[in-house]
Design a protein around this ligand. Structure first.
Ligand SMILES: C[S@@+](CC[C@H](N)C(=O)[O-])C[C@H]1O[C@@H](n2cnc3c(N)ncnc32)[C@H](O)[C@@H]1O
Length: 220
C-alpha cells in the first residue's frame, strides 16, 4: 500500500459507507497479505489488542481467520468506532470485542482490565500520527503485553535512513504536506530505539506487497 497511488488512496480514499460501516479499498487489498504475515509470526491464540482499528475490516478478517485469538479493537475516532461497531455486529464473531476508545497518546487506554495481552496490532497508524503516538504505543506495549508477547506494526517504513522506493518518498512528502508531524518512519533509526527504551525488541521484518513491511517486535 506504500506505492504512491494506493497510499494516496488510503489517506484520501473514497470510502463507501453502508450506514455507519465504512469500506476501505486499501484494507480490502492488504487484508490477506497481512493475515498471512500475521499467521507466520504472531500468536494466533490468546488475546490481541488492535489499536487504530479504522473501519474494522482488519479486526474482522483476523478474528475470522484465527478463532482461538480473542481480538479487542478500538480507535479514537468516533466515526471509526461506529464503523467497527457495525462490522462487529454484522460479523457475529465470539472472539471479537469492541469498539474501545483507545488513544495511544494517553497513558490509560481503557483496556487495561484484559491485560496482559499476547499481541498488540497497529496497522497503518504510525505514519499518520505524530511521533508521540509511537512513543505512546511503545509505552503501552511495555505496559500491556505479556512477557514474550508480540507487537505487530504494518505500513511503509524507511530502512536505516533510506526510503525503500521512490513512491514511498513521494508519499512521505505528501503526508508531511498535510501534517508536518506525520511521515514515513525509519524502522532502524527511529522506531527500534523507541521500542528498546520500553523493553520491546525488533524480531522480524517481513517485506509486504507495494513496498510495505510487517515489523514484529517482542517484549523481553
Ligand atoms: C490510516 S487509518 C488506518 C486504519 C486501519 N488500521 C487500516 O489499516 O485500514 C489510521 C487510524 O489511526 C487512528 N489513530 C490516529 N491517531 C491515533 C492515536 N493517537 N491512537 C490510536 N489511534 C490513532 C485513526 O483514528 C485512524 O483510524
Amino acid at each position: 500500500m506504500a506505492n504512491e497511488k494506493s497510499e494516496k488512496e488510503l489517506a484520501l480514499e473514497i470510502r463507501t459507507n453502508i450506514g455507519a460501516r465504512m469500506n476501505s479499498p486499501s484494507a480490502q487489498r492488504n487484508r490477506d497479505p497481512i493475515r498471512d504475515a500475521f499467521s507466520k509470526s504472531m500468536p494466533t491464540a490468546g488475546t490481541a489488542l488492535e489499536v487504530a482499528g479504522g473501519t474494522g475490516e482488519h479486526a474482522v478478517h483476523l478474528a475470522r481467520a484465527f478463532p482461538e485469538l480473542h481480538i479487542y479493537t478500538g480507535d479514537p475516532d468516533e466515526k471509526a468506532r461506529a464503523s467497527i461497531a457495525s462490522r462487529i455486529e454484522e460479523a457475529g464473531l465470539e472472539n471479537l470485542t469492541g469498539p474501545h476508545h483507545i488513544d495511544v497518546m494517553i497513558n490509560n487506554w481503557g483496556v487495561e482490565e484484559q491485560a496482559p495481552y499476547d499481541a498488540i496490532i497497529a496497522i497503518n497508524m504510525i505514519h499518520i500520527a505524530p511521533i508521540e503516538a509511537v512513543i505512546g504505543l511503545m509505552r503501552g506495549a511495555d505496559r500491556l503485553l505479556e512477557r514474550g508477547g508480540k507487537l505487530f506494526l504494518y505500513g511503509p517504513f524507511r530502512r536505516d535512513g533510506e526510503h525503500t522506493a521512490p513512491s514511498n518518498e513521494a508519499f512521505d512528502a505528501d503526508l508531511k504536506s498535510r501534517d508536518e508531524r506525520w511521515g514515513v518512519r525509519d524502522l532502524e533509526q527511529e522506531i527500534v530505539p523507541l521500542a528498546q527504551k520500553n523493553r520491546i525488541q525488533l524480531e522480524d521484518c517481513i517485506a509486504m506487497p507495494a513496498n510495505n513491511f510487517s515489523a514484529i517486535f517482542g517484549k523481553t
